[in-house]
Design a protein around this ligand. Structure first.
Ligand code: SF4
Length: 245
């Protein structure tokens, strides 16, 4: 996910990791900023719990990651990884996707669910890549989010993991865990992304996203967070409240 405009609205050098990140009108942080010491305690614990957290979608280049991320909507990464080897072999370039027969593409991705919509997104995205970017995936957020089927979440995954541009990916797990940690208060993913950019050091953005996604999947689940067994509980308002109740 490339970036271009700082969250303050001022222009940044094109080489800045934030270059290309169009800020919302207002970076809504509805709660007081969390104590930096508590934030550091959380990130230290995340490093201890998930030292090797990384993208779990198999890919070798930005196009593969972009396709895999589109396929991962409403689907597990494990399922996507079962489908992509044959898909990537059959369609190695954006031009291949753009010119594919829809039925063949749909058939290859059928088991990921919502396969007709996903096939349309992949083909629309690939055609835009061919028409506007010479078939290459752009490394800037403002260009990625203009591609059909590509929102900020997908763009941030691609930028962080295929281009090495720091970015915070706010999926359902990151939103939920960070609200319980009271790092953010909003349910709006874009506002949450910009609020977290204020809380988490930039060098940690991509890794923090992977760590929190893992934590949300394994420990801080939506219906039944395992607070008594959670390493973050000493630093988590939600976890402490659970303990006291
Ligand atoms: S203490 Fe509970 S609510 Fe807080 S991060 Fe851990 S599992 Fe989630």
């Amino acid at each position: 996910m490339a970036k271009a405009v700082s969250k303050k609205g001022g222009g940044k050098a094109a080489s800045s990791p934030r270059a290309g990140r169009a800020a919302p009108q207002k970076a809504a942080v509805a709660i007081s900023p969390p104590d930096p010491k508590r934030v550091r305690a959380v990130t230290r614990e995340l490093d201890r719990l998930y030292p090797d957290a990384a993208c779990t979608l198999d890919h070798r280049d930005p196009l593969q990651l972009l396709v895999a991320t589109i396929l991962s909507a409403q689907c597990t990464d494990e399922r996507v990884n079962l489908v992509t080897p044959a898909l990537f072999q059959r369609f190695p370039t954006a031009r291949d996707y753009a010119g594919a027969a829809a039925a063949e593409l749909e058939d290859l991705i059928r088991s990921t669910g919502f396969f007709r919509n996903k096939a349309k997104s992949i083909q629309g995205m690939a055609r835009a890549l061919v028409e506007k970017h010479g078939g290459r995936v752009p490394g800037k957020l403002e260009e990625l989010v203009k591609l059909p089927g590509v929102g900020r979440k997908t763009a941030n995954v691609v930028l962080g993991d295929a281009f090495g541009v720091p970015g915070i990916t706010v999926d359902t797990h990151v939103g939920r865990v960070c609200r319980r940690l009271e790092f953010i208060a909003t349910e709006d993913a874009v506002k949450a992304e910009f609020a977290l950019m204020e809380v988490i050091p930039q060098s940690r953005w991509t890794k923090f996203s992977h760590q929190v996604i893992l934590h949300g999947r394994q420990v801080c689940q939506a219906r039944k967070p395992a607070c008594p067994d959670c390493g973050l509980s000493p630093h988590c308002p939600f976890g402490r409240a659970q303990k006291e109740s």
